[in-house]
Write a protein that binds this ligand. Sequence first.
Ligand code: SF4
Length: 356
Amino acid sequence: MTGIDPPFGVYVHIPFCRRRCDYCAFATWTDRHHLHQAYAAACRREVQAAALPPATSVFFGGGTPSLLPAPLLVSVLDAIERVPGAEVTVECNPETVTAELLDSYAAGGVNRLSLGVQSMVPRVLSSLGRDHDPAVVEPAVQRVKAAGFGTWSVDLIHGAAGESLEDWRRTLDQVLALEPPHVSAYALTVEPGTPLARQRDRQPDDDAQADKYLVAEATLTAAGLANYEISNWARPGHECGHNRLYWEGGDYRGIGCAAHSHQDGRRWWNVRTPDRYIAAIEAGASPVAASEVLAPADRRMEALQLALRTRAGVPAGALPPEARAGLGDLVVEDGGLVRLTPTGRLLADEVAVRLR
Ligand code: SF4
């Protein structure tokens, strides 16, 4: 965290993956690797044309950013002006994490890594359609530590077909043995149009998901990682500044295909495919596909919904006692703020509809 107010974030979308996981609806392609050079050049041009304020955080997400050759990724980062101490995160799949890659990142200014581990159980990983072996995770983490990255995260997913509660406990225990400063644990969601959406018998069960969430909360908290957003836990000082900026309704700029931007209540997003994005930038045209302006009341409500999902909570006036009737132990009031309890986080949407 830089402590600079207001923060400003830059998200760079890297739309390349080795293979497509069957639950994934992200804008990513497995047959566009020939575009690496042209895509990085287009991102640099978009940054240069945007004349952005200095960034307090930069986040390379995807896709699989670590599939883009490190010099190309760093060339995009070089184009982005940053404040001293800016947080710079790259999402990596553990099997792509080599000492050379990490050295290039560190020399280029990357200071935070987010490792897409998902599960430590081979059967569960294949059920998710992932192709890495959990045996690569521990060496990848050792390399991250040896390269001097002081902060890093492990991303997990629970709810794959065939994953038992014991499998999930095993994943959490094995990940915690690696002493991560930050863990994101997401419930598998069924996105329309994905192979998973067509196979009802492989879709997660709500009750089992709730049990797994509560096991994650208890296990991660006991290990010293505090929940600071529904799906995110961190040791003190290791919260992700870039994500906090999203949750606090801050301004950010998305670079690359399908990337979303926000400034002062206006949102816009770029064309979805890397080919169309590159073509637009090379032609000197805008890559923006569409935009919307939030009405002040909608903006206020959205800010409350996001705040409710975080440790900060919402002002008690936004969820007065009469609006809380019947919510039981889903929320607690403390110091003029109302927050979700762990059980409440499971039903965040039902609480959010009561916000005023
Ligand atoms: S690695 Fe990530 S972005 Fe790529 S297909 Fe799998 S879930 Fe989607």
